[in-house]
Write a protein that binds this ligand. Structure first.
Ligand code: SAM
Ligand code: SF4
Ligand code: SF4
Length: 365
């Protein structure tokens, strides 16, 4: 492909950290190079030299929210341009990603249920055979029976409630302004409505971010999830303030943090972390292959390599004003990939992933 040969030139005098030149590295496949250098074990590592079109997308329906979670840029109300994705921009974006997409998470930095066109988006994706997922605070309003029916019949495949606690006190320490009774009632109603209608989707789950203030509510939450009839997934809260760290933050191998088997089932094309065992770049604290395998699109069409960087300085393009290839194979994406794969254009190029904003370089995650 012409555009690829421009971005990934065959010859270069760039010298790698391991002393080899690009030309030497070219003699191996990218996967072989990575495996040789980092003892990675898997054959299916995404083709890091020639990225294919991504099948996994995050498409944000808006970066506004009724809650004020303290470590979320929306909860913090950072001074960013805020708004909702509308139908016409959604249609433009879906036209561009629809032919590649297998799975779209319709969230990033806001509460999806605040977007009035949410059900339209779900059903359009379903008609194209694209599976969809949302996380929701489920604390935006008490759902009526009719609303619950509209949601479960809309085509959405996976809804996870973000419920970080089993008591109002423990829960609302992070989910500031959240109402636990409302959340639990909504989740139960969705579950009952789906079953009454005899539907096999959406998958309904409970996602629990563990922090210092809810760490002792795990057994209670497990029992409550069981009572409602949904699966629960415990994860660590990313906290920039260390006083929020729970006892589990220091025991990442603790059985409570084991990823449940259903996660791989409901995110069928998410790449397991076992694909590569070491970071692609020595400055990173863990593996990141997102710029090779997925794309994040915000409510206004701006594209990012992952869900953790935001703001105009870090955007890689815009899918409303630009064509897909122009963004995905563009220089900004390529600079991030070059940094992560540690070969290609000179490593001195500025890129989102090289920038200090990358949270994988911080120990706080
Ligand atoms: C920004 S939220 C947007 C969706 C929705 N408002 C929600 O909270 O579920 C996207 C995901 O980020 C998660 N999240 C929020 N703050 C987090 C944190 N400090 N650490 C890890 N995940 C976090 C949420 O639980 C949710 O799964
Ligand atoms: S509910 Fe979600 S979007 Fe809203 S502030 Fe919390 S994490 Fe952010
Ligand atoms: S900024 Fe960090 S987390 Fe985001 S894609 Fe780059 S390396 Fe990955």
């Amino acid at each position: 492909m012409k555009i690829l040969s421009k971005i990934f030139p065959k010859k270069s005098d760039c010298t790698l950290n391991n002393g080899k030149t690009i030309t030497e590295m070219e003699q191996k496949t990218p996967a072989e190079s990575i495996k040789a250098r980092y003892n990675a074990t898997h054959d299916d590592f995404p083709d890091i030299k020639n990225p294919k079109y991504p099948e996994f997308y995050w498409l944000d329906l808006g970066n506004l929210c009724n809650l004020r979670c303290p470590f979320c840029q929306t909860g913090k109300n950072l001074p960013l341009k805020r708004g909702f994705l509308n139908r016409s921009n959604f249609d433009i974006i879906l036209d561009k990603i629809g032919k590649h997409a297998k799975f779209i998470s319709l969230i990033n930095w806001g509460e999806p249920f605040l977007n009035k066109d949410l059900l339209y988006f779900f059903s359009r994706c379903e008609k194209l055979g694209i599976r969809t997922h949302i996380d929701s605070n489920l604390s935006f309003a008490f759902l009526s029976k009719q609303e619950a029916e509209e949601i479960v019949t809309s085509g959405i495949d996976v809804i996870l409630g973000s419920i970080d606690g089993a008591t109002q006190e423990g829960y609302s320490k992070y989910r500031v302004k959240g109402n636990l009774d409302m959340v639990l009632q909504n989740l139960r109603l969705l579950r009952l409505t789906r079953d009454e209608l005899g539907l096999d989707k959406p998958f309904l789950g409970w996602s629990f971010l563990i922090n210092k203030f809810n760490e002792d509510e795990i057994d209670q939450a497990t029992a409550m999830a069981d009572d409602i009839g949904v699966d629960i997934w415990f994860k660590l809260l990313s906290c920039e303030d260390p006083s929020w760290r729970s006892k589990y933050h220091d025991t990442p191998d603790h059985p409570v943090l084991k990823v449940p088997e259903w996660v791989a089932r409901v995110y069928p094309i998410g790449l397991p972390e076992s694909l590569v065992t070491q970071p692609l770049h020595s400055e990173l604290t863990c593996v990141c292959y997102q710029p090779f395998s997925s794309m994040i699109i915000n409510w206004n069409g701006d594209v990012y390599p992952c869900c953790v960087v935001f703001g105009d300085n870090y955007k890689l393009g815009n899918l409303i004003t630009q064509e897909f290839d122009e963004v995905w194979f563009g220089e900004k994406y390529e600079n991030s990939r070059a940094f992560l794969r540690h070969y290609g254009p000179p490593q001195t190029e500025k890129s989102v992933c090289r920038d200090e904003s990358c949270p994988l370089k911080k120990k706080s995650l």
